[in-house]
Design a protein around this ligand. Sequence first.
Ligand code: ADP
Ligand code: NI
Length: 215
Amino acid sequence: MKENIIEKALSFARESFKDDYSGHDFEHTERVYKTAVYLAKRENADELLTGVCAVLHDVDDRKLSPATCENKDRARAFLLSEGVSEDEIERIVKIISQVSFVGADSPAPDSLEGKCVQDADRLDAIGAVGIARAFSYGAVHQRKMYDADIKPLLNAKSEEYLKQRENTTLNHFFEKLFLLKDMMNTETARKMALKRDALMHCFVDSFISEWEGKA
Ligand code: ADP
Ligand code: NI
């Protein structure tokens, strides 16, 4: 693979996400790319492979616009059109599918590059940017920011059930975002996650105090 594949993949991703406001906008992809390459450097992973997988990690996501859902093989089609070898395409597609696999007991990606991309994707859900993304998501889905009477569902088995009930954005911190720091694959990401997690705790504590008129 040539170095310029990254520029081309970035243009392809920019085009894929131009109509998306679900939290999978192009800027998310750009951040995940930068963080994944940073992790790859620190962890001695293949930077080019990590970068390509990071840029393409969400282009086949089923949560994207319906137009995108109809075409499940966008990453593969792009790589083919760029003349990437069959072997490399298989490697990349496998990593992407492992990174985006959803499910409570999903196994960690089996390559170091996949681990870096998954960590970068999870890091983007926490910290200052993670807070902003959670409230953007809440606004798009017309959720309340907070309601003391709607308790977070901890250790809930079914994600579908979580999605169907009336819920608040603050609860998302307890149900998912505070759990992510313990789910990092790499040591570098674990350290970054600790800082971002502390910031979220500080934010949530202040938010509830202010809401209750205590601060
Ligand atoms: P991914 O596909 O990257 O795992 P999701 O599609 O689940 O992420 O979420 C995209 C963004 O929206 C993330 O920042 C996530 O924290 C946020 N988000 C997802 N579900 C909720 C929710 N119920 N409340 C608030 N934010 C949410
Ligand atoms: Ni993502």
